[in-house]
Design a protein around this ligand. Structure first.
Ligand code: C5P
Length: 402
């Protein structure tokens, strides 16, 4: 599965650095092209010569030494990698990544690369459980960085606990799963809607909602990672468009409806994560509405229910809806799933801590028309999105080879 892949291995300065030799050796045996970048402190634990011999490529440590290639090396390495794996990733390196620091070769490559990044943390259990480290790991995961481990057990400092680096074999298996997954939806076309629509009252005011767009953006990213050609129809948000995804910007429910319906027939999967306004003001004032001290009434007219419309029109498409509820979660979600004719409904109670609008995490259940239900614990929205992509692959009848 890994043949011909260009893998950049980052090694930072922890005692687990010796395991990087085993990882590099195994990667080479799987016919990959391996390039190693070490931090200065990693070279105190393991000699660059070891990793140079095992990778059969120059090892990079210093930004300013004589170039080994003609081009800007940290950029060249960053650009050509199919994937970057940092093993071990120390607490210090994770903190630098979370902050976006670039004060040596490895941290600069990590900032410059657009390739998927995997980190295998390795540190003493107290450092691992420190709120700063936990926060950094959370932040990195939200940015789409894949976490491997850590394991629990005997530590080099003599204590027991979480923070041991995952074994090279497990790191390898994670990479294999990733590469299998990244071609899972190749050739499929996906459309995702995200964000909260804005329904104008006048040129400066609108009716909106609290949706941040994070869940939909995470779904678009996960679909794209799985190889699907992905279009994101997005209401206004502050979020960057995920790498490789085509974004179509809209403001209102009517605009979203047009953009979605005009593309529907060519799609294999549509995920409606947007919070669409159910109503819009009946009239939009041409000029800013002036205050005059009197009471005001806004007349609202219903917007089309885009998802229900898709449910009526659908032929072979896999259709996924979301139900954000504040009461009777399951009953409301079940009713919605049937009424909108979706293949899977993602239900979440937005009143729960760690779930719903604006939160980087979510607590969801997947409901299926055949009565199946999968409950997930609290996890990042990107993890939820990756679980959703696994189900989408099943619904599309794509074989999952592992
Ligand atoms: O009925 P409710 O708004 O709770 O349903 C939520 C689901 O329906 C979401 O997937 C949302 O994107 C979609 N929806 C829609 N058009 C609307 C309202 C909701 O597509 N006007």
């Amino acid at each position: 599965m890994l043949t011909g892949k260009k893998i950049l291995v980052g090694v930072s300065g922890g005692i687990a650095a010796y395991k990087a030799a085993d990882l590099v050796s195994r990667l080479r045996k799987m016919h990959t092209e391996v390039h190693v970048v070490m931090t200065k402190s990693a070279t105190e634990f393991i000699a660059p010569l070891t990793l140079r011999s095992l990778s059969a490529n120059p090892v990079y440590v210093d930004m300013f030494e004589e170039p080994k290639l003609w081009n800007v090396e940290h950029i060249a390495l960053a650009e050509k990698a199919d994937v970057v794996v940092v093993a071990p990733a120390t607490a210090n390196l994770l903190a630098k990544m979370a902050m976006g620091l670039a004060d040596d070769f490895l941290s600069t490559v990590l900032l410059a690369t657009r390739a998927p990044i995997f980190v295998a943390p390795a540190m003493n259990h107290a450092m691992y459980h420190h709120p700063a480290t936990q926060r950094n790991l959370k932040l990195l995961q939200e940015r789409g960085i894949h976490l491997i481990g850590p394991d629990s057990g005997f530590q080099a400092c003599g204590s027991e606990g979480d923070g041991r680096m995952s074994q090279p074999e497990e790191i390898l298996q994670t990479l294999v799963r990733f590469f299998v997954g990244s071609s899972q939806l190749k050739g499929k076309k996906a459309l995702v809607t995200a964000g909260g629509t804005q329904e104008p009252l006048d040129p400066v005011r609108f009716l909106g909602n609290r949706s941040s767009g994070r869940m939909g953006y995470a779904v678009a990213q996960a679909l794209q990672e799985a190889g699907a050609e992905t279009v994101l129809v997005s209401a206004p948000t502050d979020l960057p468009t995920p790498e490789g995804v085509t974004r179509v910007s809209v403001h209102t429910a009517l605009e979203m409806c047009d953009e979605v319906l005009s593309r529907f027939s060519e799609m294999d999967v549509v995920v409606k994560a947007a919070a669409v306004a159910d109503y819009r003001p009946a009239v939009q004032a041409e000029q800013k509405i002036k205050k005059d001290g009197s009471n005001r009434t806004i007349e609202l007219v219903p917007n089309p229910d885009i998802l229900a419309e898709l449910g009526r029109k659908k032929t072979s498409q896999v259709l996924i809806g979301f139900a954000a509820e504040t009461e009777n979660l399951l009953a409301n979600a079940q009713e919605k799933m049937l009424r909108k004719n979706v293949n899977l409904l993602v239900a979440n109670d937005v009143t729960q801590q760690g779930a719903g609008f604006g939160s980087p995490t979510n607590i969801v259940s997947f409901l299926f028309p055949d009565g199946r239900k999968i409950d997930f614990p609290q996890m990042s929205k990107l993890e939820v999105a990756r679980h959703l992509v696994t189900e989408i692959a099943h619904l599309l009848g794509v074989e999952t080879k592992e």
